[in-house]
Every structure is written in C-alpha cells, then in structure tokens.
Write a protein that binds this ligand. Structure first.
Ligand code: FES
Ligand SMILES: [Fe+2]
Length: 384
C-alpha cells in the first residue's frame, strides 16, 4: 500500500496537484483495490445493447474476472446475470448464443428462464423425479446484477451500492438530452477493438484532453486545432472536451450522413467527447455518435471496444455505406494514433522516480478531474 498522503496530493487544486502514484498503474494489488472501489462500486460499462438485439440473445462477458451474462428478455429489456449455475457453479453460456426456450446448464441441464428464474431441474430427486423438496427452485434463480442501458452502453453496478444511474448521471443526461433519440449501429464496419498495453485509466486520461492534438493527431489537427476546443470538467461527475468546428464527412457527390432529429444550432459544428466515469468514453456529433467501453483485462492491459452509431439504420440509406465506412476509418486512425501515448505513459510509470507528474492548469483540467474522482473513490473504499 502506498505511503499515506499521496492521494491527498492528487486531490489538491489542479495547479498544485500531482497525478495518481505509479502503483495505481503497475501494482496488481492496487488494481484489485480499484476493481472493488472504483469499477465494482460504480456504474461501469461492460458491453452494448446492439450485441443482443433480439429476444433470447445472450452475450457472456468476463468483467475483471467476474463472469456475467447479458440477455435480451421477452419484454425487450436487457437483463444481466452472474453467468454461474446455482447447482454446482458451472459457467452457463460460454459464447454469444441464441437462447431457444431456456438457458440450459450444460452440466446437469438445470434450466433458467430469460428472467433468470430456475424453471426445471431434471432428475434432481432421482431418475425420473424432476423435483426434490430440498431444492426450492424459487430461491435458486440466477443472481441478477444491477444494470442500466444508456446510449446503447450496458452499465452495471456489481456491488449494488451506487445510487441509481439516472441520479449519478443526471447532469450528463440533461446536457445531452437533445441526443436522447434512437441510435442505429452502423453494421459490421462500425465496430473496432484495440488491444492496448496500458492501464485502463490512461485511456481515459488521454481521451479527456485536447492538449495532445497537434502532436499525436496531425491529420485531425489540420482542421480541428487546439484553439477550436474547450474543456469540460464537472467535478465528481464527468469530464472531457468539446469542439466548435466539427465538419461532416461528405462523399464525392457531396452527400452527408443524415443528422439526428431536431438538434439546436450549437451542434451544426459542435461536438463533445466525454468520459463517463469510470470506463466509458462517449462522443456526439450531429450525424453520428460513438461509445467506447474500456475493458480492464489486467493492471497493464486494456481492450478498447468502439462502436459507431447513426441517426438512421443503414438499410434506409445503403448508398451512404461508403461514408459510414470512411467515418469508421477516420475514428480508427484517431484511436490508433492514441495507442503509443497510452502505452508510452504505461512504460513511463515503471520509472520509480516518477511522482504522478503535474497538470497544466489550463489544458489538463478534465484529466485532473478524473484523477480527483478516482482518488475520492479509493478513499471512500478505504474508509468503509
Ligand atoms: S452445475 Fe449446472 S446443472 Fe449442475
Ligand atoms: Fe487523442
């Protein structure tokens, strides 16, 4: 455990604060602590609604070693369960599947409904006896995990202690209420996974600031410069950046992708890129949106899952598929350009004299806001 007082220097005002100590990026013991106090105690992203589009679709997720199962239920809602059979603890679903009828355990065939209720227990009372008084099926449903879907991201609060999602993120939901309309995933070319040799927090920290644009994203910077951006830092809530100069992609015929409905003028050239603490990165623009879930595989490895969404399904404008692909390519380039700095910061944190570093009081406010929030969650966890 780190020396006392190091987190208090993270929580100072931005002009004098230091960043989180190295251990928070390289020490497996602190990774486990953050798993509990940052990722399991808050609303973390684990996946996307678009992966379970139809009733009976089931999608297993390993979230920090915890086996979870997202299931589209009969009422259209997404349920998240612990993916473990209540009999002898077998993993229930080990690959994306279409459940027909019930979730059947492959070991002794106990069957659960899409609502998680235990329905049948074949031969549990002996051959031909499908019940036994000791096995009370009404008490043996799957463990349900608190979940909430927003902007197609499936969020979970594993430990069940966080206030309701709508309460935690009320300000952000209000800020982006104009974008609260149907999102249509762009199809096969609109998904991207990047495997990054870095702690998940570094991806958030880098996403939050536009300071690095001129050097890391020279292409982007040619039309969206440093001075075209503004910081967003809502203490204890969310942070990121906005742009005043978003330009829609156009194809050779001058066609653009359709806009989301009824947006105010601000979004003609405005765009915002915000980190929804702890591990979800969202972006909104007039004609598309994206969501990235950071999967913390281990202390020093993260998989970034990016999905792109549009105002209309691609089936209603197949002639714009090329534009969707170019748009995906544009984001792929940007996120790939960011890999070497995330991985480089990870390597840098093995330098034992690094002291958490400093923040530009002008440029790094959103990144510091994230550090401050993480430190506050760790302290909260240590106090309980
Ligand atoms: S472990 Fe699932 S039915 Fe036995
Ligand atoms: Fe970047």
């Amino acid at each position: 455990m780190e020396k006392l007082g190091l987190l208090s220097s993270v929580m100072k005002p931005v002009s004098s604060a230091r960043g989180l100590p190295n251990g928070h990026y390289i020490d497996p013991a602190l990774f486990l602590e953050e798993k509990r106090s940052v990722l399991f105690a808050n609303w973390s992203g684990i996946g996307f609604g678009k992966d379970v589009p139809d009733i009976g679709d089931a999608w297993p997720v390993d979230f920090l070693g915890m086996p979870l199962l997202m299931v589209r239920a009969r009422d259209g809602a997404i349920n998240v369960f612990q993916n473990t059979c209540r009999h002898r603890g077998m993993i229930l679903v080990d690959r994306p599947s279409k459940i027909r009828g019930a979730i059947r355990c492959p070991y002794h065939s106990w069957c659960y409904g899409l609502d998680g209720e235990l329905r049948t227990t074949p031969h549990v009372g002996g051959p031909g006896q499908n019940s036994h008084e000791a096995i009370r099926t009404e008490e043996l449903g799957l463990f349900r995990i608190r979940s909430h879907v927003w902007r197609d991201v499936v969020f979970v609060n594993i430990d069940g202690t966080a206030p309701a999602f709508q309460e935690v993120h009320a300000d952000l939901i209000e800020r982006w209420k104009e974008f609260d309309q149907p999102l249509h995933h762009g199809g096969a070319g609109s998904s991207l996974q990047l495997d990054v040799a870095g702690n998940w927090k570094l991806a958030v920290e880098n996403y939050c600031e536009s300071y690095h644009l001129p050097w890391v994203h020279p292409g982007l910077n040619s039309y969206s410069r440093l001075e075209d951006h503004y910081n967003v830092a809502e203490a204890g809530k969310y942070s990121g950046q906005g742009s005043y100069v978003y330009e829609q992609l156009k194809d050779e015929q001058g066609r653009a992708l359709p806009d989301f409905a009824n947006l105010s003028d601000k979004w003609d050239t405005g765009a915002e890129y915000l980190a929804v603490y702890p591990n979800v990165l969202l972006g909104v623009q007039r004609d598309h949106a994206f969501a990235m879930v950071l999967e913390p595989v281990s202390c020093e490895r993260t998989i970034e899952h990016l999905e792109l969404y549009y105002a209309e399904p691609s089936s209603s404008s197949p002639e714009l598929d090329d534009l969707r692909l170019s748009n995906a390519q544009r984001w792929k380039t940007v996120f790939e350009e960011d890999i070497f700095v995330v991985e480089g910061m990870q390597k840098g944190r093995h330098g034992q004299f690094f002291d958490g570093g400093r923040f530009s009081p002008v440029m790094d406010g959103p990144t510091h806001a994230f550090h401050h929030w993480v430190a506050s969650q760790i302290e909260k966890g240590r106090a309980t």
